[in-house]
Design a protein around this ligand. Structure first.
Ligand SMILES: [Fe+2]
Ligand SMILES: [Fe+2]
Length: 129
């Protein structure tokens, strides 16, 4: 469902590696959510969603440090977008996920990955130009 596609690559290895990990965590959460045979499934999914959130926040820090290092001219636009999403991530309630809330998990995953994909395609890919 969620994977790093050819068109997401920026050509900057340290950034691409982290984007790849983000999709891997999202996929892991998605597969877990669809697995009916795991006990404590929702604790595990919740744990993965926390990881996805934390990893995204860490990735933004790394990406901003990289942009500073290369004196990237569109750094400000990137930072504004990261900050907006940082706020949204802080507002995400990951604690109220229980067995009735498969749809909530899907919504969160779609929300996170849609944003990331759009941001990668429209912003991150420009960093390597
Ligand atoms: Fe970015
Ligand atoms: Fe990024």
């Amino acid at each position: 469902m969620y994977e790093m596609k050819e068109e997401y690559y920026t050509g900057i290895k340290e950034i691409d590696d982290e984007h790849k990990t983000l999709f891997e965590i999202a996929e892991e959460a998605y597969e877990l959510r669809n697995n009916e045979f795991i006990a404590d499934k929702y604790d595990n999914v919740r744990h993965l969603l926390h990881r996805l959130k934390d990893y995204t926040l860490m990735h933004f820090d790394h990406e901003e440090a990289y942009m500073e290092r290369i004196n990237y001219k569109r750094m400000f636009t990137q930072k504004v977008q990261h900050d907006e999403f940082r706020e949204k991530l802080e507002e995400l309630d990951l604690e109220n996920i229980d067995e009735n809330l498969d749809d909530t998990i899907d919504e969160i995953l779609v929300f996170l990955t849609d944003w990331l994909i759009e941001h990668i395609l429209e912003n991150d890919k420009l960093i390597a130009e």
